[in-house]
Ligand binder design. Sequence first.
Ligand code: EGV
Length: 386
Amino acid sequence: MPTTEALSAETADASRFDGNLTELEYLALASSFNLADGHARQELTPGQSKVVGELPGLWAEAVMRPVDEIEEEAHRAFFHLLGQKSYPGADGRVLACYSSSVAMEIFARALVAETDTIALVHPTFDNIPDILRGVGLRLVALEEDVLHGGDLPAELLAEVGAIFVTTPNNPTGKVLSRERLARLAAQCAETGVVLALDTCFRGFDVAGQYDHYEVLEASGCRWVVIEDTGKLWPTLELKIGWLVRSANVGLPLAKVYSDILLGVSPLIMLMIKGLAEDAADGGLADLHEFIATNRALVRANLDGIPGLTFVDPDSRVSVERIHLGERLAMDVWEKLRAHNVYLLPCAKFHWANPSEGDHMLRIALSRSPVSLDVATRALRDVLLGE
Ligand code: EGV
């Protein structure tokens, strides 16, 4: 397990922490009150347990059957579950990756062959700007208000070779509407700008489950979509990030993919297919209710604390932001650490202006209600000065 060089000793000064969000998530991995990372860590449902119980049989099936057939069944089950009926599943435009971050890395390496500048939604999870900067791209911040407010300024489109939007966004939960996606895609089509969508959290919000591929294909723009199974189900980091592209994308995505991997295990594909079928059979609605109940529990446990506000009242994604008023997130983080409770301070989500996040924390909701209850009661005590 990686450690965090920037903050390894108990005595380290947290207010001077200069690592990234994932390094803070490593610190939390050993704690039973880990509300830091956005991965799913709750118990399997009975339906999901049944799929896990079938793994030896799926292994035998994966050994016997052609991998292209298995791969098509897996992405069809997953994309159709989330309303993406028009995705280009039949013609080799769906590349399976070990994770969505691997898919993003492949996209970034292919993109930098043709442009040196990309607009990126702000705020968003910091490994995205880090991956994009890592290949040498220059980033232009695209504020959520601007993105959702109407057509993008012509100067912005002239300045960049691509636009990268996480929808629903992490951590805000903001969803790009069908109307805004259509306009954004039309503007990209007019200017030749590549439109990249990261939809890793769409499974949590039906507002993000309209048929994006229908809109994208109709626009004629050059597009890339990164889909992810990784946030939905508690599968011990077994997951797939799919990198999907338009026929006219004109980027060496398949070549860069071939530099990095041959393929994802057909065992994982069959597991994803089984979990997608269970989700279509009521599991997804149950998951939405589970997250909503956990969100209500967090809000109830933190209700009435002076200065505390809930930043994203309409969010449906599996994380919840709170604003601490005058208090500094890193101070609260440090006090909670003494109780073995871990949340995520929000500064680094604001990759272009970290101080905007200095007074906010993110709470992961894909957890057992018991650990969420204990941890948020501890947070309440800390905020009320114990
Ligand atoms: C979240 C961490 C990285 C990422 C965590 C995340 N992965 N850094 N490759 O999955 O919201 O906690 O997205």
